[in-house]
Design a binder for this molecule. Structure first.
Ligand code: AHG
Ligand code: MN
Ligand code: MN
Ligand code: MN
Length: 335
């Protein structure tokens, strides 16, 4: 049972029992992520003081202008995981291809791969609004002892062994699951330790917040337009409240605590929406389901999608179960 205020270190040790016969590798991996998160947090916190705000000057494979912090966070997480030889491969939103990590003996003995969005919500960096990091962990499917392959990364989301996010907000939190519920830890910056502040996080079954970039309304599918109008109708507990930060991590974190739905649908401008299945949707979907919520592409479960490419995009509906089901109802009706 998670105990409020225990440290993340204590929690990890206590919960290793979740993995019968476990070698401790996953625990060491989560330990490395929490270390990298602290380093990135330190940099994010002083973003206004040092030359880390603004554009890096290059475009990533997503066609986005990279921000300096995108690149910094990406390097920090890769460095930490590579130096500690804890995974056999890393795929990132910011890298064209996956990275193979053979280990200093070159014998490919590690069994986990990490996929990540090192900095989520980059457009919020310059204006001092919360950003995040998202990670997703799988056991490789190719044999240990051989170099990691693309297929190790292209596994359906229901195969994840762990996933989580860090939110660099008014306080910094690390929220993660290993498939046994969701727990949230808050960083005490004075001590540099994470404390369990949000044990057993659960989405309220229903909610009253909808989060979507409504500026794109004219480009949305009819089902989404109809659902938005329904959210705005005066009836029962509606109209709902609209909240959209533009950092998916922060939007979903809020909705998990207060009850709500986050949507990034396809549009006439982007046929698969914007969000990346492997770095953003799968980890958030795993966390959401573990917290009693629901995540779909408007029609079917996100975690059942068989990925075909690393940077694949997918429409995303995620949040309180009843709200996502309602949105799906409108999607099905509009065809
Ligand atoms: P990233 O910063 O990792 O590229 O992700 C940004 C994503 C997500 O965090 C956010 O919800 C969404 O893009 C915002 O997009 P719009 O500006 O199109 O609403
Ligand atoms: Mn980006
Ligand atoms: Mn993102
Ligand atoms: Mn990003």
């Amino acid at each position: 049972m998670p105990k409020k205020n225990q440290t993340l270190g204590e929690f990890i040790i206590e919960n290793q029992a979740d993995f019968p016969g476990s070698s401790g590798e996953l625990s060491r991996l989560i330990n490395s992520l929490r270390l990298a998160a602290k380093v990135v947090n330190h940099e994010v916190n002083k973003a206004g003081l040092v030359d880390i705000i603004g554009a890096y000057g290059e475009t990533n494979i997503q066609g986005e202008d990279q921000q300096k912090l995108d690149v910094y966070a990406n390097n920090k997480f890769i460095q930490t995981l590579t130096n500690r030889e804890i995974v056999c491969g890393i795929a990132s939103e910011e890298n064209d291809d996956f990275i193979q990590i053979k280990g200093h003996k070159g014998d490919n003995q590690n069994k986990y791969v990490v996929l990540m969005d090192p900095l989520d919500g980059s457009s919020n960096i310059d204006v001092n609004v919360s950003v995040g990091t998202i990670f997703s962990i799988y056991k490789r499917i190719t044999p240990v002892g051989t170099p990691v392959q693309l297929e190790d990364f292209l596994q359906p989301g229901h195969k994840q062994v762990a996933a989580g996010y860090i939110i660099y907000g008014t306080s910094t939190m690390l929220v993660y699951t290993t498939g046994h519920g969701v727990n949230g830890f808050t960083l005490n910056p004075a001590l540099g330790s994470w404390y369990l502040s949000h044990p057993d996080m659960m989405f309220p079954e229903d909610g009253q917040i909808y989060s979507i970039n409504e500026g794109n309304y004219v480009h949305f599918p009819q089902g989404v337009k109809d659902y938005i109008k329904w959210c705005q109708q005066e009836e029962g507990n509606r109209p709902y409240t609209s909240r959209y930060i533009g950092s998916m991590v922060s939007d979903i974190h809020r909705n998990m605590i207060k009850g709500g739905i986050f949507m990034y649908p396809k549009s006439s401008k982007a046929s698969d929406g914007k969000l990346r299945l492997l770095y953003e949707c799968n980890p958030m979907a795993f966390l959401t389901e573990q917290a009693g919520g629901k995540a779909s592409d408007g029609f079917k479960r996100i975690l059942d999608i068989n990925p075909t490419e690393l940077h694949q995009r997918v429409p995303f509906f995620c949040g309180s179960r009843k709200m996502v089901e309602k949105a799906e109802e409108f999607m099905a009706k509009a065809g």
